[in-house]
Design a protein around this ligand. Structure first.
Ligand code: ARG
Length: 456
């Protein structure tokens, strides 16, 4: 117990369990110890404690870290939190010297430091996984630059695109996700230590030194804000939620594409499941689970917003609730990416089925209208004429490709043989050479752009 002196009784067992955060904050042991090492180094360098004592503290903290890592020292689950445990262990080993570590520090600025250090590491981890997914998508896109598929709006066949172009749309989203994570990391990269409990400290601490020892860009500017800011948790949960929106939309498409109605892709057996009763079933459970887990992450964001919205400055115990939410959000996105990326990597693209679907549904009607525009017809008139042709085809059970030229000419005399080239599926798809369009050249540029972004 850290607050002996003022109290005459131990905390009730039930209250201790309720109050304790060690079951979920022990994962920050390394950050807590490294933060303490930097703090002790600063205390020694500034003469706030004797250099010899600072040296003993840092050496012993190193060995505590080593002992936890190699399993020699178990974290005591009865301790109030990881900060209490580490300080208690240090004092057990060093006696009075250990008791000097907490000079010019409060658990309030300590915990604010630990979460930042921990989350910075998590951001790098998630970013690495997103980059791996982007690499897989670029490789798949490379293989499918000429794979024609229907593009949809309202889930109705709209215009033909390539599968590569479709994949690169997700890459564009993931690149923004990376930027959001980096942006949040930059904004949280300031040292809160030195804020004390709330008001700063009367000791002549060197916060800049501690900041540089721990790799921060600088120090927080206001001690009240330093201990009570959890914007970075909210911002990260929001960035993670957006990642889950993207993965969830992608999963929804995979699930549709796996259905017999589409059959655009086939998932590898290692990433699908069967039914306990229906022998024919091959279910896209992994994709469904990722889609479902998005709900958890949105819940974590809502938790953080709700926890923070009504608490007065500065630290309040409510804020201990930040960790389970933000840790769960990171854990969930990580396990989703771990399953999602290899699922995409190993799936088979049924190119022929995609192409057959694109050949139906008058998907080249816009190109037919554009052909007339090329002959000088205003677009609105060309649109109307093409609409009449589509109706004619439906009535006769034909397609724009099989409708005879004289029928075309009856609707507009400007039609000639060239229309069949203009509405050819490949031409409609590959000629969309506008920047960001679905042509192979445009997709090449998109792939090059993505690769450059993730490699620097
Ligand atoms: N376990 C606490 C948390 O996670 C640490 C800070 C405790 N500070 C305090 N004044 N009770 O927020």
């Amino acid at each position: 117990m850290l607050w002996t002196g003022r109290f005459t009784k131990e905390l009730a067992k039930e209250t201790n369990d309720f109050n304790s955060s060690i079951s979920f904050d022990s994962r920050m042991y390394e950050e807590d110890i490294k933060g303490s090492i930097a703090h002790a180094t600063m205390l020694g360098a500034t003469g706030i404690i004797e250099q010899s004592e600072a040296d003993k503290i840092t050496a012993e903290l190193e060995s505590i870290l080593e002992d936890i890592k190699c399993g020699k020292l178990d974290i005591d689950t009865n301790a109030e939190d990881i900060h209490t445990f580490v300080e208690g262990e240090l004092t057990k080993r060093l006696g009075d010297t250990g008791k000097r570590l907490h000079t010019a520090r409060s658990r309030n600025d300590q915990v604010a430091l630990d979460i930042r250090l921990y989350l910075k590491k998590e951001i790098d981890d998630i970013s690495g996984k997103i980059k791996a997914l982007i690499t897989v998508l670029c490789d798949k896109a490379e293989e499918n630059k000429y794979t024609v598929m229907p593009g949809y709006t309202h889930l109705q066949r709209a215009q033909p695109i390539t599968f590569a172009h479709h994949l690169m749309a997700y890459t564009a989203m993931l690149l923004r996700d990376l930027e959001r994570l980096e942006g949040a990391k930059g904004r949280m990269n300031y040292l809160p230590l030195g804020s004390g409990a709330l008001a700063g400290t009367t000791y002549s601490v060197d916060r800049q030194l501690t900041a540089s020892l721990l790799g921060f860009d600088g120090v927080t500017q206001n001690s009240l804000d330093g201990v009570s800011d959890r914007d970075f948790c909210i911002e990260l949960a929001s960035a993670l939620s957006i990642i889950m929106v993207h993965l969830s939309r992608f999963c929804e498409e995979i699930i549709m594409w796996c259905s017999w109605e589409f059959k655009f892709v086939e998932l590898d057996d290692a990433f699908s499941t069967g039914s306990s009763i229906m022998p024919q079933k091959k279910n896209p459970d992994i994709a469904e689970l990722v889609r479902g887990k998005s709900g958890r992450v949105f819940g974590d964001l809502t938790t953080l917003l709700t926890v923070m919205k009504g608490i007065p400055l500065a630290y309040n115990k409510d804020m201990q609730e930040d960790k389970e939410a933000i840790f769960d959000a990171f854990d969930t996105v990580k396990i989703c990416l771990n399953a999602f990326t290899p699922m995409i990597e190993t799936m088979t693209v049924l190119k022929n089925n995609m192409r057959l679907a694109a050949a139906k549904g008058f998907i080249n009607a816009t190109d037919c209208a554009d052909y007339l525009v090329g002959k000088g017809v205003p677009f609105r008139d060309a649109y109307k004429a093409t609409g009449e042709l589509v109706k004619l085809c439906i009535d006769k059970g034909l397609t724009l490709e099989t409708l005879p030229l004289d029928e075309y000419k009856k609707v507009c005399a400007l039609f000639d043989e060239g229309v069949y080239t203009a509405i050819n599926l490949d031409n409609c798809t590959f000629n969309r050479t506008s920047e960001g369009g679905s042509s192979p050249e445009s997709v090449n540029k998109q792939i090059a752009f993505a690769k450059e972004k993730i490699n620097n």
